[in-house]
Structures are given as structure tokens and as C-alpha cells.
Design a protein around this ligand. Sequence first.
Ligand code: SF4
Ligand code: SF4
Length: 345
Amino acid sequence: MLYRVMDKSQLPALVRGFMESYEVVAPVKRGERYVFDTVDSPDQIALDYPQTASSAKKYLFPPVEAMMRFDARANLVQDFVQEVKPRVIFGAHACDISGFNRLDLALAQGKYTDPYYAARRAATLVVGISCMPTDTCFCQLMGADEVQFGYDLFLYDIGDKYLVSMSSVEATNILEACCEIAEATDDDRRAFRLATRRHQAAFNPDIPHVEDVPMLMDVFHFDPFWDELGGRCLSCSACASVCPTCYCFDIRDVLQEDSDAGVRERTWDACTSPDFALVAGGHNFRPTGRDRVRHRMYHKLNGFMVNHDRMLCTGCGRCVAACKADIDPIQVLRFFDEKGARDDR
Ligand code: SF4
Ligand code: SF4
């Protein structure tokens, strides 16, 4: 990995450099909240955001996406050719880049590649930015507070400058063409170390560090805790919508009016939806809130780990804010903690 240093005053030039060839998506302030949105000026970007309400997942995996066109009468199927815009997601935190990397494992690096996701991912550059944790961040417990890959540039705030980690030729060329960059000095490296320590010390100590969470998910599978937690669930799917790593979808055929022709499209779905596990014949494999919430947490904290060696949660804390029923992975960690499973090292 190559590192250079740039003055913070150079940032607008870098954004404008990307804008010459890419659509730029970045965090912007909307009322009291922050969201990822398309920007047409560097002035619109709010890089000091605590967390966006939802993740930038929608730019790689849209909420509704056409998959193919069909004409049932003519027995025709036509692959839908996606128009994929070259895009930069600018100012993503490490946890969100880690979220992209986890989506890659499920959608782009498994046995079957999802061509829609893969095309968008390939056309997207990612510029990361360092951050300070909020009270609901627990990315350090999910191994997502730092990323070593999955981005093109990563900007570490070291005071008046950024230490820039350069990971792709494409983005490095733009950086070098638009900005004055320099080799990192010993002072820069010291500033980086201090900033990293400040970041690590800022996590909320009230969110317990529990060892062996995947194993505990098995041990406490039938605990009444899940009845209590699931009983509160409103089945609103807000948690899955804001989550950077939820990737379940449904597929539906949408017919044009008075026609047998239409579009097959996929839409986001969520395992907290009552119909999610309803199959032909009317049987529902997860009929209760307990079954659904437990399944969601189980996939996040155990099931994905078995296949991919990491959890399907980045600890971004968005579901903590989104869920009106106080159901989130922190509640699960607290439950295990109360059961005496805390790591007191
Ligand atoms: S489950 Fe919650 S904390 Fe974990 S990645 Fe999803 S939204 Fe973030
Ligand atoms: S866990 Fe919370 S956010 Fe998710 S579906 Fe249930 S009530 Fe909605």
C-alpha cells in the first residue's frame, strides 16, 4: 500500500477531479440527518458526519432493479442491459467499506456471481475517510473499524492534512493530477498514530465485548430472550433497509397494462417480514416474530461467519437508530454479557 500526504485545502480539487469523469456520491446534510446523495459541488459534502441514516448500499444494490424484459405471448425473454454509471462513493467510513467487502463475499465472490451487483461494483470507485465513533458504534467488535482493501483511496484525518492510502491506479492518477501530494514525514506518522489512538479510545465502553458470539448464538438458541425480543418486532423492515450488509431480495414480474409483456424486477426484502419464509402450500418456516428476529441475528452473528469467516454486521449502529422497538445486535451482546459471557481481559 502506498501512502502520501495532502493538505486538507486540496480536498475540493480532488472532488472536482473525480467529477470530470464520475458521478460523485457523498454524505450531505438533510435537516438533522446525513445521507449519501449525488453532489455537483464539493461544498455540498459534509465529511465530518457522525453516521448516515442509511448506507450507500443502494448504489451497488438498488432497492428496485430490472433484471429482464419478457413477452409471454411471443415467448420472448430479453436480458436487460443495465446502464451503469461510473461513480465515486466519496467519504465512506471504514465500517461501510467493510460492508461493501461483505456484500462482495455474498454477491460477487461466491460460486454464483450476481451480474447486476458485480457490474455496479466494478464501475464504482470508493474514497474512504476516517471517523470518530458515536455512542452506538461497535465496529471495533465486528472487525470493521479498519479496512485494508475494498477502497481506491482512504483519507486519514491527521489535523491540517490527510494521510492518503492509495489502492488503485485509477484514483491515484486523479489524485496526482489534481492535488499536490508529498511523502509522509515522521511528524505525519506520529500524527497518524495519535489519531488512531484517539479513535480507538472513543468507543462506547457500555457496549460489551463478548467472546465467542457465534457459539453463544447456538447455546442460547431456545432462550426466552428471543420470545421477548421477537415479540416486540413490528415487522417494519427498517433494520434491513438501513443495514449496509442486508442483501435479501424478492423477485416479481410487473406486467404492462393490457399486455402479456413486462419486466422482471427484484426488490429489497427482509427476513423480518412475516411472508419472507412463506412457501407454496401455505407453510411458513418462520411464522413468529421470535423466529424471524432470531433468524436475522443468527445470520448476522453466526451463519455468515460459518461460510465467510466474518460476521454480517459491521457494527455501524444504524439499526439501533432505525428500530422503534429497540431490537439490534447490541441488545444481543448485552444479553450474552448478562449471562456471564463477558470477556474481561
Ligand atoms: S445489523 Fe445493524 S449494526 Fe449491524 S451492520 Fe446492520 S445496521 Fe449496522
Ligand atoms: S427488528 Fe425493529 S426495525 Fe427490524 S423489523 Fe422489527 S421492529 Fe422493524
